[in-house]
Design a protein around this ligand. Structure first.
Ligand SMILES: Nc1ncnc2c1ncn2[C@@H]1O[C@H](COP(=O)(O)OP(=O)(O)OP(=O)(O)O)[C@@H](O)[C@H]1O
Length: 266
C-alpha cells in the first residue's frame, strides 16, 4: 500500500472575485519532508497556506491531512488535528518570557478555562504543570532552555523567530507550516534558522516552508513546489528546480546558481 501523504491538496482553487489567486494546485507532502513553496510576489503562496490551515475556504478542490478531508474545517479544528503554522509577521508576546510564550502553545491541549484559572482549581494546577513541563521539554530539545526566563522582546530577531517556532511545536504538530520565516533576517540569522529547521526535521518534524530566500530553500528543502500566477509551474528536488528552464525564465529571470544567495523580491 502506498504511503499516505501528511498533507495533500487536490485541485485547490481560490478566487477573489475575478482574480484567480490559486488555480488547480495539486501537492503532496510526505512524512519527513522539508517542503518548500516558492514563487514571485503575488504567486498565491500565502493564499495556498491559508487554505491548508482553514483561514480561507477553497473555491474548489480538497485538502487532506493524513488522509482525512479537512476542506472547510475551521483553523482551530485543524490546529487540534496537529497542523501548526507561523505567520509572515512575528506573533510573539514580547512582554512575556520565552517559557510563557511556549506555554500558550500548550493550552490548546488543556481543558481548564478562565474560571479554573481564577479559582486555581485542581484542573488548572494540573494543566499548568503539564504546560510548564512540556514547554521546558521542547525548549531543552531544541537548545533554547537557557532563554526560558528571558523576556521574548529582549531577544534578537532571529531568536524570536525560533521561539515562535518552539511555540508551534507545543501542538505536537504532524506538520509545521512556516510562512517566510527568514524574512527580515540578516545572513547569519538566516543560516542559523536553516540549521534550526534541519535539526527539527532530523527530530522527525515534517515541515512546509514558504520562503523568498533561494539559498535557504535550495539548501534545506528536499522537495520544492513553484507557483506562478496562482498555478503550479513545477515541483521537484532542488536540483530539478534549478535546472528547470521554465522556472528560470518565468520566475528567476536571470537564472540561479547552485548554493548562491539569491533574494527574489524578498
Ligand atoms: N483577501 C484577499 N482579497 C483579495 N485578493 C487577495 C486576498 N489575499 C490575496 N489576494 C491576492 O491574491 C494574489 C495572491 O496573493 P498571496 O498573498 O497569496 O501571494 P504570495 O505568493 O504569498 O505573495 P508574497 O510573496 O508577496 O507574500 C495576489 O494578487 C493578492 O493580491
Amino acid at each position: 500500500m502506498s504511503e499516505v501523504p501528511v498533507l495533500e491538496a487536490k485541485g485547490i482553487c481560490k478566487y477573489f472575485g475575478g482574480l484567480k489567486a490559486v488555480e488547480a494546485v495539486d501537492m503532496k507532502i510526505m512524512k519527513g519532508d522539508i517542503f518548500g513553496i516558492i514563487g514571485p510576489n503575488g504567486a498565491g503562496k500565502t493564499t495556498f497556506f491559508n487554505m491548508c490551515t482553514g483561514v480561507y475556504a477553497p473555491t474548489k478542490g480538497e485538502i487532506f491531512l493524513q488522509g482525512e478531508n479537512i476542506t472547510r474545517m475551521s483553523p482551530d479544528k485543524i490546529a487540534r488535528k496537529k497542523m501548526a503554522r507561523t505567520f509572515q509577521n512575528l506573533q510573539l508576546f514580547k512582554f512575556m518570557t520565552v517559557l510563557d510564550n511556549v506555554k500558550i502553545g500548550c493550552h490548546i491541549q488543556t481543558k481548564s478555562n478562565i474560571a479554573d484559572a481564577i479559582l486555581h482549581t485542581k484542573r488548572y494546577k494540573r494543566d499548568e504543570k503539564y504546560a510548564v513541563e512540556k514547554s521546558l521539554e521542547i525548549l531543552e530539545s531544541i537548545g533554547l532552555a537557557d532563554y526560558k526566563d528571558t523576556m521574548a522582546g529582549n531577544l534578537a530577531y532571529g531568536m524570536q523567530r525560533k521561539v515562535e517556532i518552539a511555540r508551534a511545536l507545543a501542538l505536537d504538530p504532524v506538520i509545521l507550516l512556516l510562512d517566510e520565516p527568514a524574512a527580515g533576517m540578516n545572513p547569519n540569522e538566516t543560516a542559523s534558522l536553516m540549521e534550526f529547521i534541519k535539526m527539527l526535521n532530523s527530530k522527525g518534524y515534517t515541515i512546509a516552508v514558504i520562503e523568498h530566500d533561494m539559498k535557504f530553500i535550495m539548501n534545506s528543502c528536499n522537495r520544492i513546489l513553484v507557483l506562478n500566477f496562482g498555478q503550479k509551474l513545477c515541483e521537484g528536488t532542488p536540483d530539478e528546480i534549478k535546472a528547470n528552464k521554465e522556472v528560470q525564465e518565468a520566475y528567476f529571470g536571470k537564472g540561479i546558481v547552485a548554493g548562491e544567495a539569491v533574494k527574489v523580491n524578498g
